[in-house]
Design a protein around this ligand. Structure first.
Ligand code: SIN
Length: 303
């Protein structure tokens, strides 16, 4: 057995595999299938200060080798998350990353203050949701706004702060540098790529929101490129995600510079995907005689 453990911002992960925010809810359905303690961590569905019903349906569409979603941050609100879901998750012997977002900087700050008063291990500030009119990607597509919201949230919490970045920008590395300078302890990327489909029989967009975020295996090479560019631009850890569906994909993203890997859309086609990915990563390391996953991080030999 290879050593799969990693340490990110002082937090120990038994392995680097984390179901991504939005595909795993609060773990309730998955704890019926396998012990959540097998996972390196869990990024919870994005919580906001107030309950949100999300966008109108249809809000999911299949695409070749991927999917579009326009969920719109549906969630029961941070007080419910803290009182009802977080206590259950904290019993699971895995790292919990509380993903949160806000329509305004003030809402992000207030949410961070509430989470700071809990035992959650890490915060993941989402400045990259493409499906909401206020906040979300509006914060994450300008260096100034990304830095402003990060620095205000930084002051509101002592917890390790991960900032989740949008790929819908000219240079994700520049946004990463801006949030690093503003106090982020780590960055996670990539959130979904803005996409659109049209029903040619009705001339209507497939999604009621017209546009949505694309994820799944089709976006994986973009994720590898952006993780590599970002890891070369910042000193803080990078958590990679975007179309990871096998242990080989996870290894590739770590070679590009990721210290851990989040698994998103793959969980919808196979709820066991994160557990299989952990096993496949271990098999890969054993087959190569590599004793620690940490030796893989950033090991790509670029031409
Ligand atoms: C959503 O709820 O719309 C997805 C979250 C995100 O893409 O950040």
């Amino acid at each position: 057995m290879a050593d799969l453990s990693v340490n990110i911002c002082g937090v120990d992960f038994k392995n680097p595999v984390i179901p991504a925010s939005g595909v795993f809810g609060y773990g309730r359905e998955y704890e019926e299938l396998y012990p959540l303690s097998k996972l390196g961590g869990i990024a919870t569905k994005g919580t906001t200060l107030h309950r949100r019903n999300g966008n109108l349906s249809p809000r999911i569409a299949e695409t070749p080798s991927g999917m579009l979603n326009s969920v719109g941050l549906q969630n029961p609100g941070i007080d419910y998350f803290i009182s009802t879901e977080l206590p259950n998750l904290l019993k699971k012997d895995t790292v919990i990353l509380a993903n949160f977002a806000g329509s305004t900087v003030e809402e992000c700050v207030e949410a961070a203050e509430k989470l700071d008063d809990t035992d959650v291990h890490m915060l993941e500030l989402n400045i990259s949701c493409p499906n909401v009119k206020q906040g979300g990607a509006a914060f994450g597509t300008s260096c100034e706004m990304a830095a402003e919201v990060t620095s205000r949230v930084r002051k509101a919490t002592k917890k390790p702060l991960v900032v989740k970045l949008s790929p819908n920008v000219t240079s994700i590395a520049e946004i990463a540098k801006a949030v690093e300078a503003a106090g982020a302890d780590a960055v996670s990327l990539i959130n979904t790529l803005l996409g659109m489909r049209i029903d040619v029989n009705t001339c209507r967009p497939v999604l009621k929101n017209n546009v949505g975020g694309m994820s799944g295996p089709a976006v994986f090479p973009i994720a590898v490129r952006m993780v590599w560019q970002t890891a070369n631009a910042v000193k803080i850890p990078v958590i990679g995600m975007g179309g990871v569906s096998s242990g080989r994909d996870a290894i590739e993203l770590m070679m590009a510079g990721a210290s851990a890997v989040q698994v998103g859309a793959a969980v919808f086609t196979d709820p066991f995907a994160p557990v299989k990915i952990i096993e496949e990563m271990n098999d890969f390391l054993d087959s190569k005689g590599i004793s620690s996953i940490r030796d893989i991080i950033g090991s790509v030999k670029a031409w």
